[in-house]
Design a protein around this ligand. Structure first.
Ligand SMILES: [Mg+2]
Length: 318
């Protein structure tokens, strides 16, 4: 299907601010425009509970056109968990070159400590984590989980539902209480590592608060935050290495978050495809799956986030 004409934001260079509205990925795939495709999972492939309509077959068709696909996700879980998750939802995991998650980058960085920032980070941490959504293992990292801010070298944020206890159990805690801990940590001037920079995620149409919200709060209070995922270049570089592609212009990132997926692609110099039916659906006034977003609303939202997609699509469809 032919692409719609370029829409541009008045008063800005077309090359920087224009996007093309698509009704499927077929035209891009058939032209072989991109060697590597970096796919977000939540809000693109699935909603945490089930795959979006057409997503499983779209993935298969993309693969049949030679696309090298890597999942890049701000999930705080390890890459292997993401592969199991997409497999359990009906996707053929063998179609991906692999997956890179914020949780995996965090784990590897804390394990290797081969850059100066992580090398100088202490071992005692306040662990903000999940309870209902399932615990995060810190096994093998040589960390001491502490409950008192006075004993902590840093904060590690994997989740927003609980704090980890020295015993290995978790203590469920609301956001307000977690923020009180952050205030005490700022006073102690300890850094925070955010193992999932997302602010919210979709979960069967509802939005859930993610650790990026705690990171943003900590920065606002004056704290130092290490963001371990999109929109930081670190995750895109890892994905390019995994796909064996060294030119960002040969890659395209697909995602539903302007601040994370699209901004990250902008920063890294690759093109991007914005899926409108994910976390921004309500802001765009979308009521049903597959509904096409209004062009003026899209332009306003891109400007609000200063994140500019190359292509716009209602859902991950062929
Ligand atoms: Mg997403």
């Amino acid at each position: 299907m032919a692409a719609a004409p370029l829409r541009s934001v008045p008063g800005t260079p077309d090359s920087a601010r224009a996007f093309r509205c698509l009704d499927g990925l077929r035209s891009l795939a058939e032209k072989g425009r991109f060697k590597a495709w970096f796919l977000d999972q939540f809000g693109v492939l699935h909603d945490g509970k089930q795959p979006y309509p057409g997503a499983v077959s779209t993935l298969e068709k993309l693969a049949s056109h030679g696309a090298k696909m890597v999942i890049i996700s701000n999930s705080s879980r390890r890459a292997s968990v993401t592969m199991q998750k997409v497999n359990s939802l009906g996707f053929d995991a063998s179609l991906f070159v692999g997956a890179i998650t914020s949780g995996e980058l965090t784990h590897q960085s804390l394990l290797r400590r081969d850059d100066s920032w992580f090398a100088s980070l202490g071992r005692s941490c306040i662990h903000m984590t999940w309870s209902d959504r399932g615990a995060i293992s810190l096994e093998g990292l040589g960390l001491q989980i502490v409950k008192n801010v006075e004993d902590a070298d840093f904060i590690l944020a994997h989740g927003t539902e609980a704090i980890g206890l020295p015993s290995g159990d978790v203590l469920p805690m609301g956001l307000e209480d977690l923020e009180l801990i952050l205030k005490r940590c700022v006073e102690k001037k300890i850094p925070m590592v955010v193992a999932n920079p997302d602010y919210v995620t979709v979960e069967a149409r509802a939005l859930r608060v993610m650790p990026g919200t705690l990171g943003a709060k900590y920065e606002k209070l004056g704290g130092e935050v290490k963001w371990m995922g999109k929109p930081d270049k670190v995750i895109y570089r890892s994905a390019m290495m995994m796909a064996g592609v060294d030119d960002a212009r040969a890659c395209v990132a697909v995602g539903d978050s302007l601040h994370h997926d699209i901004k990250g692609a902008n920063v890294t110099g690759m093109e991007s495809i914005f899926i409108t039916g994910g976390i921004h659906a309500d802001e765009l006034g979308l009521k049903s799956f597959g509904e096409v977003a209004d062009s003026a609303a899209l332009q306003a939202l891109s400007c609000k986030y200063n994140a500019h997609p190359s292509y716009v699509l209602p859902s991950f469809m062929w």
